[in-house]
Design a protein around this ligand. Structure first.
Ligand code: NAD
Ligand code: MG
Length: 393
């Protein structure tokens, strides 16, 4: 029996993970669930999966959940805050941790899971973008097993040579072809992008996801974050990664080998495939995903991305090349700008401008300690917020 903690259980990835677990009660047992403040959904999940621990990051939400659980006959300890998240990510009795908190809030618990030597199922790409060096070092030093959940990285992992471990260089690989749907505005006239609303930006053509990653997909910052994520996971430089727009989202990424072979992983765009793959690895289990019908797909298309239309992707390439804390700054500024956009305080095309101005205002340094990462993250958030305030004046 594999004992599991799910960080971010109430989100899109968390719910898909529980759906896979529901299909395999003989294989997986939920030990802990966590969320920020969605008490209602967490209560439902507690009733169904009976975790031993539940963490609400928000202290008020933890109190409400505690009250709501009193009428249920459940032996479940309610914790709150970062300490609670870190605790359930590193419990002795837990084998695997699904890291599916969105954004920088996921860094400390995801890192704690790596430091506790767990099987880390990593969806929280921001953790790796902020602190890839430290994260990969923790995985290596503590004998953790890092398996990618992001569909592209999971596809690359599946297309790697037999016995491949994340964080190592794969023999015979020439390039990684990182596919991207291009998001909802891949064909939009750049002039029209200024007026894009949050509702339009979160309506992704192929995938159903949380709001932040949906906006990231619309700006293509998601692909930029994934580029940096791939550099760390597969130990390659950004020059070895090519972003390929593939609008059908059927091929989830490819590995190009020196002998001319290109291996791809395909399937319907449903996150339960990479989740089930990583949870059961190296075995295969049923995930609930419909079989791929090639005849209804009909065509697969590939295009080059337009970096003028998608400046966020260019900024991420620049951050990957600069190294050090550049991607910590990129990630922090992006989180602030996306939040402001979702709050109707910023236009869609301003997101890239805020990130670029923040990156220009900050000198990058070596990302060699957690203190450095956390202080650069906080500073970049402050700078980005100030730039937004000045724009409003
Ligand atoms: P989501 O917004 O649907 O869910 C986020 C989860 O994190 C929720 O459970 C929420 O309660 C929790 N959370 C949010 N803020 C928190 C905080 N401050 N402290 C503690 N918990 C907090 O997001 P999602 O779409 O499930 O994405 C989760 C992560 O997975 C992101 O890093 C995203 O980039 C990555 N990812 C998602 C998908 C997808 O299809 N949704 C695909 C690939 C990668
Ligand atoms: Mg992805």
């Amino acid at each position: 029996m594999q004992k599991v903690t799910i960080l971010g259980a109430t989100g899109s990835i968390g719910v898909s993970t529980l759906d896979v677990i529901r299909r395999h009660p003989d294989r997986f047992q939920v030990i802990a669930l966590t969320a920020n403040q969605n008490v209602e959904r967490m209560l439902e999940q507690c009733v169904e999966f009976k975790p031993r621990y539940v963490v609400m990051a928000n202290a008020d939400a933890a109190k409400k959940l505690q009250q709501a659980l009193q009428s249920q006959d459940l032996d479940c300890e309610v914790l709150s805050g970062n300490d609670g998240l870190v605790k359930v990510a590193s419990l002795d009795e837990v084998d695997s941790v699904m890291a599916a908190i969105v954004g920088a809030a996921g860094l400390l618990p995801s890192l704690a899971a790596a430091e506790a030597g767990k099987r880390v199922l990593l969806a929280n790409k921001e953790a790796l973008v902020m602190s890839g060096h430290l994260f990969m070092q923790a995985v290596e030093e503590h004998g953790a097993e890092l398996l990618p959940i992001d569909s592209e990285h999971n596809a690359i992992f599946q297309s790697m040579p037999a016995g491949y471990r994340t964080g190592t260089k794969a023999a015979g690989v020439r390039r990684i072809l990182l596919t991207a749907s291009g998001g909802p505005f891949r064909d939009a006239d750049p002039k029209d992008l200024e007026a894009v609303t949050p509702e339009q930006a979160v309506a992704h053509p192929n995938w159903s996801m949380g709001r932040k990653i949906s906006v990231d997909s619309a700006t293509m910052m998601n692909k930029g974050l994934e580029l940096i994520e791939a550099c760390w996971l597969f130990d390659v430089g950004p020059d070895k990664i090519e972003v390929v727009i593939h609008r059908q989202s059927i091929i989830h990424s490819m590995v190009d080998y020196t002998d001319g072979s290109v291996l791809a992983q395909m399937g319907n765009p449903d996150m339960r495939t990479p989740i089930a793959h990583a949870m059961a690895w190296p075995e295969r289990i049923e995930s609930g995903v419909e079989p791929l019908d090639m005849f209804s797909v009909g065509q697969l298309n590939f295009e080059k991305p337009n970096l003028e239309r998608f400046p966020c992707l260019r900024l991420a390439f620049e951050a990957a090349e600069a190294g050090g804390t550049a991607s910590t700054v990129l990630n922090a500024a992006n989180e602030i700008a996306v939040d402001a956009f979702l709050d109707n305080k910023l236009g869609f095309t301003d997101i890239a401008k805020i990130i670029e101005a923040t990156m220009d205002a900050i000198d990058f340094k070596d990302a060699d300690s957690l203190e450095t990462i956390l202080s650069v993250d906080a500073h970049a958030r402050q700078v980005a917020n100030d730039i937004i305030k000045n724009m409003e004046c």
